[in-house]
Write a protein that binds this ligand. Structure first.
Ligand code: NAP
Ligand code: MG
Length: 492
């Protein structure tokens, strides 16, 4: 748009720049994928919503317990039949094909994911979809090199993996789960979240086009009851879950005594710690990325900002100025920084916790960026004057809401950062490498970033401590979770 000079002053407002919805090729109805075929499920259809508009997007046939049983049996046959008899190099070829299939359909997947989840197109296009492809490429490379992982000369797969994934990174979480499972020689039954099933079903099309033997990957659709039935199915050898801590605990109970291998990737309340010597502008960018990426609906979000007192005022002022420039709105608009919240239920949870912060006496600042009339949107929100006891400082909000707490000494920062039942992510901003290392050694978090945030790589293990779960995804440690080793929790 050319700047308007009608009133004498230049108007630098962005014009809308929406990506075409047609690129997403959204169908009226989708079917679950079992034993190499898209079948009519025995459950009731579910309607998936476009959170950017708060309107129905498509309909999905869901499975019942009999279909689930069919899927687990198909996965077992595929495991005992073709899949476990293939060489690692042959398995790798299939994984490379899937990676290329994702790359080939990347524009479609980016639009579809944005429509079904509500996250901005620039995130799906530049992060979710390419990182999903990268995970398959990475694991394809390992498939014929498992003997070099450090788990013995010929580590064996486990068998059939049951996997349940959440709605915040639907395609990427499917890739995180399916890639290592197949590379290690397992077969899979995976359930996407009820509110975001579409990209996993397009991934199933890509998998079918890659000519994967029937039953190696099965995508079952449905709500939490189907997730519970899947993880409790006696035909599984391994369960992998990403989602809430409450459900993770239930799954741990269900699996106790079964001997099945389990990995849990649960919630978090990441502490982003900024020392007075940090490069402030760089830290501000990292803080913004840490809490407003995917509207804060990220398990490793930097949702607690711990800032050293001498720079607190200046940092908060600059942070607010920067946050005010974020554009909230249509997820398909290429200029949108902060998209929609995934569901009405999540919107309600964020709103309730934000109100709790106000009621408990923290000072609230909200971006003045206008919100769309329709859809589930929350203004970027920053609470200052938060104390350790407030709900906004303790509970996972899973929204674009930051709680700022101050500290004086490194000891105080450590005590505050570690004062959480979670332990997934943390970050340290300081000019001194020695200080970053000393902090990292004592922070109770599975992932610690130094002068950055949200850096992911398929080669780098990701996972938590305490109520953030156990087991790692990514890298050799992530493959171990799908191999017969003794390194992961097995509840016998
Ligand atoms: P959730 O209930 O744990 O859902 C995660 C997945 O588990 C979904 O596929 C869900 O199915 C399924 N599920 C639900 N109940 C189950 C059960 N009893 N047994 C097995 N699977 C079950 O999480 P949510 O309700 O979507 O979100 C709630 C909170 O979880 C969020 O506010 C956030 O704090 C946290 N969360 C964390 C992550 C993460 O990456 N660690 C991701 C998402 C959410 P349906 O979705 O179809 O019900
Ligand atoms: Mg949806």
């Amino acid at each position: 748009m050319s700047p308007s000079t009608e009133s004498g002053s230049i108007d630098w407002e962005y014009a809308p720049a929406p990506e075409s919805e047609a690129i997403g090729r959204v169908k009226d109805r989708y079917l679950p994928f079992i034993d190499g075929k898209f079948i009519e499920g025995g459950g009731d259809d579910l309607v998936t919503i476009n959170p950017g508009r708060g309107e129905p997007l498509s309909t999905v046939s869901t499975v019942d317990e009999a279909d689930l049983d069919t899927a687990v049996r198909a996965a077992r046959r595929a495991y005992e039949g073709p899949w476990s008899k293939l060489s690692g190099a042959e398995r790798g070829k299939y994984l490379f094909r899937i990676a290329r299939g994702i790359a080939e359909r990347s524009r479609e997947l980016a639009v579809l994911e944005s429509l079904d989840n509500g996250k901005p197109i620039k995130e799906t296009r530049d992060f979710d979809v390419p990182t999903a492809a990268q995970h398959f490429f990475y694991h394809a490379g390992w498939a014929d090199k498992l003997g070099h992982l450090g788990y013995g000369p010929d580590p064996r797969p486990l068998g059939v993996a049951g996997q349940v994934i959440p709605w915040n990174f639907p395609l990427l979480m499917a890739a995180w789960k399916i890639g290592p499972a197949l590379a290690a020689g397992n077969t899979v039954v995976i359930k996407p979240a009820e509110t975001t099933p579409l990209s996993a079903l397009v991934l199933a099309e890509i998998i079918a086009d890659a000519d994967l033997p029937p039953g190696v990957v099965n995508v079952v659709t449905g709500a939490g009851d189907i997730g519970a039935a899947l993880v409790g199915h006696p035909g599984l050898d391994k369960v992998a879950f990403t989602g809430s801590t409450a459900v993770g605990k239930q799954i741990q109970q269900t699996l106790a005594g079964t001997g099945r291998k389990l990995t849990l990737e649960l919630g978090g309340k990441g502490a982003n710690i900024v020392f007075a010597d940090a490069a402030i502008d760089q830290a501000v960018e990292g803080i913004v990325n840490g809490i407003f990426f995917n509207s804060g609906q990220v398990c490793c979000a930097g949702s607690r900002l711990l800032v050293q007192e001498p720079i607190a005022e200046e940092l908060i002022t600059r942070l607010i100025e920067r946050t005010e420039t974020l554009r909230v709105g249509d997820p398909l608009d290429k200029n949108t920084d902060v998209g929609a919240i995934n569901s009405r239920a999540q919107w309600n949870k964020i709103t309730e916790l934000t109100q709790a912060g106000i009621d408990e006496g923290a000072q609230v600042w909200r971006s003045s960026c206008p919100l769309p009339d329709k859809g589930f949107f929350v203004s970027p929100t920053i609470f200052t004057g938060a104390t350790q006891t407030m709900r906004i400082a303790r509970e996972e909000i899973f929204g674009p809401v930051l709680s700022v707490i101050t500290f004086r000494t490194p000891e105080e920062a450590l005590a505050k950062a570690n004062n959480s039942p979670y332990g997934l992510s943390a970050g340290v901003w300081t000019e001194k490498g020695s200080r970053a290392m000393a902090m990292a050694a004592r922070l109770q978090a599975g992932v610690i970033w130094d002068n950055t945030w949200n850096k992911f790589d398929p080669a780098s293990p990701f996972g938590g401590y305490q109520e953030s779960g156990f087991g790692r995804e990514g890298g050799p440690a992530g493959l171990a979770a799908y191999l017969d080793t003794d390194d992961e929790a097995v509840i016998k």
